[in-house]
Design a protein around this ligand. Structure first.
Ligand code: HEC
Ligand code: HEC
Length: 211
């Protein structure tokens, strides 16, 4: 099963070079047909249930803050942030195409992507997570559907719990580096991390496209 997945991902990667190289100003109605992002969404709109048992699914990126997306892509390109599936796609984006790409991705709304029914979450965990989020995270990660709290701060609304959990662990370990987030993660125990992940996944999102 793992090798099948590797094959699919390998094909996605090799197609990416072509997709990014071709600049067409044609119909850009769907993230799956848009030349800039078709290969991105072959991974980023995958159904997590079909992935076997990876460490975490490719995170949702549609609707995400454009400045955050650009920063993340530059971090992967420069190996400041590392993942065996993302460093390569990030390094293939021409510098002068980055802004248009991230603004397009920010503008994608949830209804342009397949809807995936998430498993029913644990209501008690969700309630604990909601309280923690309000106390410790909301100052930076707003849960309001009006945009991110500031440029460069990612929306967590509706993000996969498995991705959030691994990411918090990565900050705690220092595998992923950001001063504010390493402090926030260091103050959380395992159960709090899991509760927060359940809470954020239960929200609608990511944030919808802004006008
Ligand atoms: C082969 C699969 C694959 C392809 C193709 C791919 N990605 Fe990714 N992407 C991933 C995975 C897996 C992660 C999570 C990596 C991690 O944990 O750091 C990720 C992470 C990201 C992130 C960080 C998201 C966050 O919330 O921090 C961004 C931004 C991103 N990808 C954008 C893109 C864009 C834009 C493209 C197309 C140019 C693309 N990706 C192509 C698999 C892929
Ligand atoms: C002082 C502001 C601040 C606070 C407080 C904060 N964060 Fe963050 N968070 C950020 C910034 C900035 C980033 C982007 C860092 C980076 O690029 O790695 C981030 C990134 C993240 C990410 C990665 C998102 C992604 O798409 O990869 C997660 C998950 C996260 N924060 C969860 C939390 C949780 C849970 C809390 C509360 C316990 C919290 N944050 C508190 C500022 C903050």
């Amino acid at each position: 099963m793992f090798s099948t997945r590797q094959h699919a991902l390998g094909a996605a990667l090799s197609g990416l070079v072509l997709a990014l190289g071709a600049s067409t100003a044609g119909a850009q109605d769907s993230p799956f047909t848009n030349k800039k992002t078709a290969e991105c969404f072959s991974c980023h709109a995958m159904d997590p249930a079909q992935l076997g048992a990876p460490r975490h699914p490719p995170p949702k990126i549609a609707g995400q803050d454009a400045d955050y997306l650009a920063g993340a892509l530059l971090d992967y390109r420069d190996a400041q942030r590392n993942h065996y599936l993302m460093n390569s796609p990030a390094s293939m984006i021409p510098e002068d195409a980055l802004r248009a790409l991230t603004e397009y991705v920010e503008g994608i709304s949830a209804d342009q992507l397949p809807r995936r029914a998430l498993p029913v979450s644990d209501p008690a965990a969700r309630a604990r997570g909601a309280q923690l989020a309000a106390d410790r995270c909301g100052v930076c990660h707003t849960t309001e559907n009006t945009g991110s709290a500031g440029s460069g701060i990612p929306s967590l609304n509706g993000q996969y719990a498995a991705y959030i959990l691994v990411t918090l662990q990565d900050y705690r370990l220092g595998v992923r580096r950001d001063a504010a987030m390493q402090d926030a993660a260091a103050a959380l125990n395992d159960r709090q991390m899991a509760d927060l992940a359940v809470f954020y996944e239960s929200l609608t999102g990511l944030l919808p496209a802004r006008p």
